[in-house]
Design a protein around this ligand. Sequence first.
Ligand code: SAH
Length: 372
Amino acid sequence: MSGSLQLETEIRERIAQEGPMSIAEFMNICLTHPTHGYYTTRNPLGGRGTNSATKGDFITAPEVSQMFGELIGVWCMQMWQQLGEPDEFNLVEIGPGRGTLMSDLLRATKSMEAFSNAARITLVEISPTLKEQQRETLAGHTIDWLDDVNALPKRPTLIIANELLDTLPFHQWIKIEGQWLERAVATRDEKLIFATRAARLDVDMLPAEHDLLPDGKIFETSPAREAYISTISQRLNETTGAALFIDYGHLGSGFGDTFQAIKDHAYSSPLENLGSSDLTSHVDFAPLLNTAKDGQCSTVEPVSQADFLLNMGLLERAGQLGASKSEAVQNGLTNDVKRLAADDEMGKLFKVMAFGKILQDQITFPGFSKPE
Ligand code: SAH
């Protein structure tokens, strides 16, 4: 029996015993099941230099261009300066994929020796396959791997994460006869279907217009994402430091179904190909920003990926890399800039959120407002 079928059988048995399963639990099992889970067993990412369009299930910004990791390197260096240039700090990436972003970041900051020497690099990763790839990509660097951010040594800390939050489980709520019930996975005729289960949402969590909406509307929540941001903000409040989270999603809470499955660069049904397609949803940044504030961190209004990268100097960096290079190289760079920052590519859908804490002065987050 294939891994997908075994996973489906296991899920159907669980539903037979316990009743309809929340989307969060379904997602958690499909992505992280120890023997058949998507992230535990597969190599999801297409990468630069590997004929990327045909490999993996999806491609991320660091795999599009080295400029992404380089500009995040500049962000980290500027934050480290605001932290008072500590002799030792944790440089942490959560969910580093193939290790490409960190590799570009480290190369871009190499000439700033005090920063490089002070950085204690730590990667937080759940996938054994990707850990191996990270080890290869980052050969020559001293790196620690942790399963949990709580285990980080207590010192000033910079944290970055690209496309991590969307992989963390979320719940869906659906309006039926005026009530918000939890959407769930159930079985009918040996098949998985969407149904509801006996859990209700506290309507205080909903945007005000919920009363006016017709039946069938969907709202999404993610206690797992909030818990992640809560842990990190409390940690940064204690040790000083800053965090940068980049992901696709929206800045204000809204209604709609964003549950998606991706396999071989195409959308598929979340209830098929269990364990072999990537399950995600759009990230709602509004509750996450509040969570960071509750953790006593300074925050800034999140911005689009396009604004962030342009403010950090994307065009200038592309200009440097293309100077006196062939037309083919320059066209490639123009293409990369478009993929990262154009409205109809990653520029608008992806958002960037930062929060942190320094001891003196007001913290300034680079990239969140245009340089003067
Ligand atoms: N940041 C990379 C990869 C994004 S894919 C890039 O931009 O290319 C999501 C990554 O998060 C993968 O490395 C995956 O294995 C990891 N991941 C998923 N859930 C995680 C969790 N709970 N803790 C740590 N890493 C996780």
